[in-house]
Design a protein around this ligand. Sequence first.
Ligand SMILES: [Zn+2]
Length: 131
Amino acid sequence: MRCPLAKLDSGSYQLVIKLADKRRIKVGRLGSFVFPAGYYVYTGSAKRGLEARIARHLRRDKKLRWHIDYLLQFATVVEVNRYPNKVECELNKILSRQGGKVIVERFGSSDCMCETHLLYIGGSQANILHQ
Ligand SMILES: [Zn+2]
């Protein structure tokens, strides 16, 4: 049986990411940054191939291409949330208003006006309020 969600293979998503230990990580051409231990939320979107994109995020062995690939070499995705009908920058802004902190400017936001698409949530996953 075909998954009823299969046709919704587009939209926005957020990855909840856990970095176990504080660590300096090189993020492609953006440079090298110290990431505090704790939880992060990365917001992205795909016009098509959303599930393939998410599967790629979860795969360890890959060529480093996007900023998020560099962080995920050392961190773990603990939760994936899909928002088929929401705009990624809006999701990101909501989280920012809820207290998400910028660690690296322009991370994942080269194509929009957002300061970053990776927000630091702190030491507890419970700090994330779901929309
Ligand atoms: Zn944006």
